[in-house]
Design a protein around this ligand. Structure first.
Ligand code: BG6
Ligand code: MG
Length: 215
Protein backbone atom coordinates (compact mmCIF):
# COMPACT_ATOMS: atom_id res chain seq x y z
CA UNK A 1 0.00 0.00 0.00
CA UNK A 2 1.54 3.29 -1.03
CA UNK A 3 -1.04 5.43 0.75
CA UNK A 4 -1.03 5.39 4.52
CA UNK A 5 -3.57 7.94 5.71
CA UNK A 6 -7.07 9.18 4.98
CA UNK A 7 -7.81 12.79 5.96
CA UNK A 8 -11.47 13.69 6.18
CA UNK A 9 -13.15 17.04 6.03
CA UNK A 10 -16.12 17.08 8.42
CA UNK A 11 -18.96 19.30 7.23
CA UNK A 12 -20.58 17.81 4.14
CA UNK A 13 -18.31 14.75 4.07
CA UNK A 14 -18.97 12.85 7.29
CA UNK A 15 -22.05 14.71 8.51
CA UNK A 16 -24.66 16.89 6.92
CA UNK A 17 -23.90 20.14 8.74
CA UNK A 18 -23.50 22.19 5.54
CA UNK A 19 -27.23 22.88 5.63
CA UNK A 20 -26.99 24.19 9.22
CA UNK A 21 -24.17 26.57 8.31
CA UNK A 22 -26.30 27.84 5.41
CA UNK A 23 -29.34 28.33 7.63
CA UNK A 24 -27.29 30.14 10.27
CA UNK A 25 -25.65 32.51 7.76
CA UNK A 26 -29.03 33.24 6.14
CA UNK A 27 -30.48 34.11 9.53
CA UNK A 28 -27.49 36.30 10.36
CA UNK A 29 -27.87 38.10 7.01
CA UNK A 30 -31.21 39.45 8.24
CA UNK A 31 -29.16 41.86 10.40
CA UNK A 32 -28.03 43.69 7.28
CA UNK A 33 -30.93 42.79 4.99
CA UNK A 34 -29.01 40.35 2.90
CA UNK A 35 -30.31 37.15 1.34
CA UNK A 36 -27.56 34.63 0.84
CA UNK A 37 -28.08 32.35 -2.15
CA UNK A 38 -27.25 28.65 -2.45
CA UNK A 39 -24.60 29.43 -5.09
CA UNK A 40 -22.89 31.83 -2.72
CA UNK A 41 -23.12 29.33 0.10
CA UNK A 42 -21.28 26.83 -2.08
CA UNK A 43 -18.34 29.23 -2.10
CA UNK A 44 -18.37 29.38 1.69
CA UNK A 45 -17.93 25.64 2.14
CA UNK A 46 -14.61 24.86 3.75
CA UNK A 47 -13.98 28.53 4.53
CA UNK A 48 -13.45 29.65 8.13
CA UNK A 49 -16.15 31.47 10.07
CA UNK A 50 -14.46 34.85 10.00
CA UNK A 51 -13.61 34.64 6.33
CA UNK A 52 -17.15 33.55 5.52
CA UNK A 53 -18.51 36.65 7.27
CA UNK A 54 -16.06 38.88 5.41
CA UNK A 55 -17.17 37.43 2.09
CA UNK A 56 -20.86 37.80 2.90
CA UNK A 57 -20.38 41.41 3.97
CA UNK A 58 -18.50 42.09 0.75
CA UNK A 59 -21.32 40.55 -1.32
CA UNK A 60 -23.79 42.64 0.66
CA UNK A 61 -21.66 45.71 0.12
CA UNK A 62 -21.87 46.35 3.83
CA UNK A 63 -18.96 47.80 5.73
CA UNK A 64 -19.18 46.70 9.34
CA UNK A 65 -17.06 47.83 12.25
CA UNK A 66 -14.73 45.37 13.97
CA UNK A 67 -17.09 45.31 16.97
CA UNK A 68 -20.11 44.56 14.76
CA UNK A 69 -18.23 41.73 13.09
CA UNK A 70 -17.25 40.28 16.45
CA UNK A 71 -20.88 40.39 17.59
CA UNK A 72 -22.11 38.77 14.38
CA UNK A 73 -19.52 36.00 14.53
CA UNK A 74 -20.77 35.13 18.00
CA UNK A 75 -24.40 35.42 16.87
CA UNK A 76 -23.83 33.16 13.86
CA UNK A 77 -22.20 30.54 16.05
CA UNK A 78 -24.97 30.75 18.64
CA UNK A 79 -27.55 30.10 15.91
CA UNK A 80 -25.40 27.28 14.53
CA UNK A 81 -24.84 25.65 17.95
CA UNK A 82 -28.58 25.71 18.51
CA UNK A 83 -29.18 24.04 15.13
CA UNK A 84 -26.66 21.27 15.86
CA UNK A 85 -27.64 20.80 19.50
CA UNK A 86 -29.72 17.71 18.78
CA UNK A 87 -27.35 16.09 16.31
CA UNK A 88 -26.94 12.35 16.75
CA UNK A 89 -25.42 9.37 14.89
CA UNK A 90 -28.39 9.35 12.48
CA UNK A 91 -26.89 12.43 10.87
CA UNK A 92 -23.74 10.65 9.78
CA UNK A 93 -23.93 10.65 6.00
CA UNK A 94 -24.90 7.37 4.28
CA UNK A 95 -22.10 4.86 3.76
CA UNK A 96 -19.59 6.69 5.96
CA UNK A 97 -19.41 4.10 8.74
CA UNK A 98 -19.06 1.21 6.26
CA UNK A 99 -16.22 3.08 4.61
CA UNK A 100 -14.48 3.79 7.94
CA UNK A 101 -14.77 0.11 8.87
CA UNK A 102 -13.04 -0.85 5.62
CA UNK A 103 -10.14 1.61 5.82
CA UNK A 104 -9.55 0.87 9.51
CA UNK A 105 -9.29 -2.84 8.68
CA UNK A 106 -6.88 -2.02 5.85
CA UNK A 107 -4.58 -0.20 8.28
CA UNK A 108 -5.01 3.41 7.14
CA UNK A 109 -4.43 6.10 9.71
CA UNK A 110 -7.44 8.38 10.00
CA UNK A 111 -7.44 12.12 10.69
CA UNK A 112 -9.90 14.96 10.58
CA UNK A 113 -8.95 18.09 8.66
CA UNK A 114 -11.70 20.61 9.24
CA UNK A 115 -11.95 24.39 9.31
CA UNK A 116 -14.63 24.15 11.97
CA UNK A 117 -14.02 25.19 15.55
CA UNK A 118 -17.04 23.07 16.47
CA UNK A 119 -15.62 19.84 15.04
CA UNK A 120 -15.09 18.01 18.33
CA UNK A 121 -18.61 18.76 19.57
CA UNK A 122 -20.05 17.33 16.35
CA UNK A 123 -17.81 14.24 16.43
CA UNK A 124 -18.89 13.63 20.02
CA UNK A 125 -22.59 14.07 19.33
CA UNK A 126 -22.44 11.66 16.40
CA UNK A 127 -20.16 9.12 18.15
CA UNK A 128 -17.55 9.51 15.42
CA UNK A 129 -14.73 10.57 17.74
CA UNK A 130 -13.27 7.07 18.39
CA UNK A 131 -12.57 6.58 14.69
CA UNK A 132 -9.93 9.31 14.60
CA UNK A 133 -6.22 9.01 15.33
CA UNK A 134 -5.86 12.78 15.10
CA UNK A 135 -8.07 15.83 14.90
CA UNK A 136 -6.94 19.02 13.23
CA UNK A 137 -9.72 21.58 13.39
CA UNK A 138 -10.25 25.31 13.15
CA UNK A 139 -8.74 25.82 16.59
CA UNK A 140 -5.41 24.41 15.44
CA UNK A 141 -4.83 26.31 12.20
CA UNK A 142 -4.25 29.92 11.31
CA UNK A 143 -4.88 29.74 7.56
CA UNK A 144 -8.19 28.90 5.93
CA UNK A 145 -8.54 26.38 3.08
CA UNK A 146 -7.49 26.57 0.20
CA UNK A 147 -4.26 26.94 2.18
CA UNK A 148 -3.02 23.38 2.80
CA UNK A 149 -2.11 24.01 6.46
CA UNK A 150 -4.92 21.92 7.94
CA UNK A 151 -3.98 18.84 5.90
CA UNK A 152 -0.21 19.30 6.23
CA UNK A 153 -0.63 19.44 10.01
CA UNK A 154 -2.69 16.26 9.73
CA UNK A 155 0.06 14.45 7.81
CA UNK A 156 2.70 15.70 10.21
CA UNK A 157 0.70 14.67 13.26
CA UNK A 158 0.12 11.21 11.86
CA UNK A 159 3.79 10.85 10.97
CA UNK A 160 3.24 10.32 7.26
CA UNK A 161 4.31 12.31 4.23
CA UNK A 162 1.87 14.40 2.22
CA UNK A 163 2.22 12.09 -0.77
CA UNK A 164 0.95 9.22 1.38
CA UNK A 165 -2.31 11.01 2.17
CA UNK A 166 -5.73 10.90 0.56
CA UNK A 167 -8.10 13.76 1.36
CA UNK A 168 -11.91 13.57 1.26
CA UNK A 169 -13.59 16.90 0.59
CA UNK A 170 -16.96 18.31 -0.43
CA UNK A 171 -15.70 21.86 -1.04
CA UNK A 172 -13.75 23.46 -3.85
CA UNK A 173 -11.52 25.21 -1.33
CA UNK A 174 -10.80 21.89 0.37
CA UNK A 175 -9.90 20.13 -2.86
CA UNK A 176 -7.56 23.03 -3.69
CA UNK A 177 -6.02 22.75 -0.22
CA UNK A 178 -5.34 19.03 -0.67
CA UNK A 179 -3.80 19.57 -4.10
CA UNK A 180 -1.69 22.48 -2.82
CA UNK A 181 -0.42 20.15 -0.09
CA UNK A 182 0.64 17.53 -2.63
CA UNK A 183 -2.08 15.05 -1.65
CA UNK A 184 -4.63 13.04 -3.57
CA UNK A 185 -8.14 14.51 -3.34
CA UNK A 186 -11.40 12.62 -3.55
CA UNK A 187 -14.37 14.91 -4.02
CA UNK A 188 -17.67 14.03 -2.36
CA UNK A 189 -20.46 15.60 -4.37
CA UNK A 190 -20.81 16.80 -7.93
CA UNK A 191 -18.23 16.56 -10.65
CA UNK A 192 -19.21 20.00 -11.94
CA UNK A 193 -18.23 21.58 -8.60
CA UNK A 194 -15.28 19.40 -7.64
CA UNK A 195 -13.62 18.95 -11.02
CA UNK A 196 -10.12 19.55 -9.65
CA UNK A 197 -10.29 16.43 -7.47
CA UNK A 198 -8.50 13.24 -8.59
CA UNK A 199 -11.77 11.34 -8.28
CA UNK A 200 -15.32 12.40 -7.46
CA UNK A 201 -18.01 10.22 -5.88
CA UNK A 202 -21.55 11.36 -5.04
CA UNK A 203 -21.37 9.83 -1.54
CA UNK A 204 -19.93 6.79 0.27
CA UNK A 205 -22.85 4.46 -0.42
CA UNK A 206 -21.65 1.12 -1.75
CA UNK A 207 -18.06 2.34 -2.04
CA UNK A 208 -15.43 -0.37 -1.96
CA UNK A 209 -12.31 1.24 -0.49
CA UNK A 210 -9.85 -1.08 -2.21
CA UNK A 211 -11.15 0.24 -5.56
CA UNK A 212 -11.56 3.87 -4.63
CA UNK A 213 -8.14 4.25 -3.03
CA UNK A 214 -6.32 2.82 -6.03
CA UNK A 215 -4.56 5.55 -8.03
C1 BG6 B 1 -16.23 24.29 7.49
C2 BG6 B 1 -17.54 24.60 6.82
O1 BG6 B 1 -16.13 22.92 7.70
O2 BG6 B 1 -16.14 24.95 8.75
C3 BG6 B 1 -17.73 26.10 6.72
O3 BG6 B 1 -17.55 24.03 5.54
C4 BG6 B 1 -17.59 26.74 8.09
O4 BG6 B 1 -19.01 26.36 6.17
C5 BG6 B 1 -16.25 26.37 8.69
O5 BG6 B 1 -17.70 28.14 8.01
C6 BG6 B 1 -16.05 26.94 10.09
O6 BG6 B 1 -16.96 26.34 10.96
P1 BG6 B 1 -17.27 26.81 12.43
O7 BG6 B 1 -18.03 25.64 13.01
O8 BG6 B 1 -15.95 27.02 13.12
O9 BG6 B 1 -18.06 28.05 12.35
MG1 MG C 1 -16.90 20.44 3.98
Amino acid sequence: MSYKACLFDLDGVLVDTAIYHFQAWKKLGENFNYQLTEEQNEQLKGISRVESLNRILAWANFSATAEQKETWLIEKNTIYLDLISNMNPNEILPGVIDFLVQIKAEGYKIALGSASKNAEIILEKTNLLPWFDLIIDGNKVTKSKPDPEVFLKGAEGLGVSASECIVFEDAQAGVEAAKAGGMKAIGIGEDTVLGRADKVIPNFVGIFSADLLKF
